[in-house]
Write a protein that binds this ligand. Structure first.
Ligand SMILES: *Cc1c(COP(=O)(O)O)cnc(C)c1O
Length: 465
């Protein structure tokens, strides 16, 4: 399998090169040249435990890694690393929904599923090729801790994680800044998450800087992350088929950077038995507005109870748009240029108000999030975090055909967001021993201005020490 850029200006790459490149050197995102169709394998795949299913899916895309090596990388990522072991993505029924809990990994968000694998991939590739990798990441909360956890202490890798100062939850901040390994560097940017993401893109698009300092990416611009996430859509759909007897299912996904739901889209395109994707945003509704109108236009960032989705410019959206315009890099580049120039782009709807019949989309405000947490707890004695609650709220408000079973993607453990839980339920219910223990740990973090040059200077100074 070869990888090409959405902007069409780099030569096709092998998987390992795509993983190391992160963002395409031409500023685009790397995508597989074809999407394999696995319809004839579904019956066999449905019987596989998670690591074996992951091997089957990932081996179609990571064709330049010897099969035994890949099997070993996958086992090290998914056997014994999740507290739900041997399951990675267990499903809990809540009312007539099925909640897929993706937060049983070491940092308690779904991002562990991809970043455990990515950390192992980086180490494997560097061990074979030699050299170093300096990862630069922007986080609105959970990517940072999951990425740090994936690469802490690994040879040849430094990680620099920018978060918006004071805009991630105190727990998320401590999960990052309490990791004191010498290769881990936290940076608090005086700005928003979009500012952090812009700085990251500025550095990654400065090719001379990127090559001189071997920059890599762990954000969901890295193809390996999206790929790792496709696996649980297959497994979740298979499980719901078994539980309900339905032929196809619907997946409801809380969305910020369009990474997780894009993985669901790729799984569906490969043939996973999913008939509909429901996209749920918080008050930052650029994506839900797009899917209901065809217009993609940014606005101001609102701070919400679901901060990992406080995003206006969804970097992974470019991959979807590329496929939507028929894998045409010229068309995609001109749309992105239009967005860069005017803050807005538009594509034609398939029918009035429907951009893509696969997707339904809705947005929520904080009161909806609180109501969804409360209602779910009162009805089922089951707590969901505020991001998962966005999904429950959108599903609860729409006129969805209840005969299609719904897989609600649950992205974080509720104990990561205790204030929202307490606001919703009036009780202090959300705890996890690993999170309670964070309070007493020492931390390390560098405050830096909202300026790419200042961040570049810090990176260079740190690498040279
Ligand atoms: C990152 C994150 C999201 C959004 O995921 P995307 O892939 O960016 O759409 C949702 N919920 C939680 C808890 C997250 O950490």
């Amino acid at each position: 399998m070869k990888y090409v850029s959405t902007r069409g200006r780099i030569e096709p790459l092998e998987f390992q090169d795509a993983v190391m490149m992160g963002l395409g050197d031409d500023g685009g995102l790397l995508v597989p040249q074809q999407i394999p169709n696995v319809a004839d394998r579904l019956a066999d795949w449905a019987k596989l435990p998670y690591p074996e299913l992951a091997f089957e899916v990932i081996s179609l895309f990571a064709t330049d890694i010897p099969r035994d090596d890949l099997r070993d990388l996958i086992n090290r990522s998914y056997v014994g690393t999740f507290d739900s072991d041997p399951e990675v993505a267990p499903i809990t029924p809540a009312g007539d929904m099925f909640v897929m809990e993706l937060w049983h990994g070491p940092t308690m968000s779904f991002k562990d599923v991809a970043l455990q694998l990515l950390g192992n991939l980086f180490e494997y590739i560097l061990a074979k090729r030699g050299g170093k990798l300096n990862i630069v990441a922007a986080t609105s909360g959970d990517t940072g801790s999951a990425a740090i956890c994936g690469v802490r202490g690994r040879k040849g890798v430094n990680i620099f994680v920018m978060h918006p100062a004071g805009r991630v939850s105190p727990i998320q901040e401590r999960q990052m800044t309490s990791v004191l390994d010498a290769n881990v560097h936290n940076i608090a940017i005086d700005g928003s998450f979009d500012d952090c993401q812009r700085i990251m893109k500025t550095l990654a698009c400065d090719l001379e800087f990127k090559q001189t300092y071997s920059l890599g990416a762990v954000n969901s611009v890295n193809w390996a992350r999206v790929l790792a996430q496709t696996v649980y859509y297959f497994q979740g759909a298979f499980k719901l088929q078994r539980l309900t007897g339905a032929a196809t299912i619907r997946a409801c996904v809380p969305t910020g950077n369009f990474g997780d739901i894009l993985a669901g889209w790729y799984a569906m395109k490969m043939g996973a038995p999913i008939s509909q994707l429901v996209l749920a945003t918080n008050h930052n509704d650029i994506l839900s507005r797009f899917f209901n109108s065809g217009v993609y236009s940014g606005g101001d960032v609102h701070h919400t109870l679901a901060p990992a989705m406080d995003i206006q410019v969804a970097s992974n959206f470019e991959r979807y748009l590329y496929h939507k315009v028929g894998d045409d890099p010229g068309r995609l580049s001109s749309l992105m240029q239009q967005f860069a120039d005017t803050g807005s782009l538009q594509i034609d709807c398939e029918s009035p108000g429907v951009v893509d019949s696969i997707f339904r989309a809705g947005s929520t405000v904080d009161d909806d999030i609180l109501a969804a947490i409360r209602d779910c707890y009162n009805a089922n004695e089951y707590l969901v975090d505020p991001h998962t609650a966005c999904g429950l709220s959108v599903i609860g408000s729409g006129e969805f055909d209840r005969s299609v079973p719904t897989l609600c993607v649950s992205t974080a453990h509720p104990a990561k967001f205790p204030d929202a839980i307490e606001q919703a339920t009036g009780q202090d219910l959300a705890h996890h021993p690993a999170i309670d223990a964070l309070d007493d740990l020492p931390t390390r973090c560098e405050p830096i201005a909202n300026d790419p040059q200042a961040v570049a200077d810090f990176i260079v100074k740190t690498i040279q020490q």
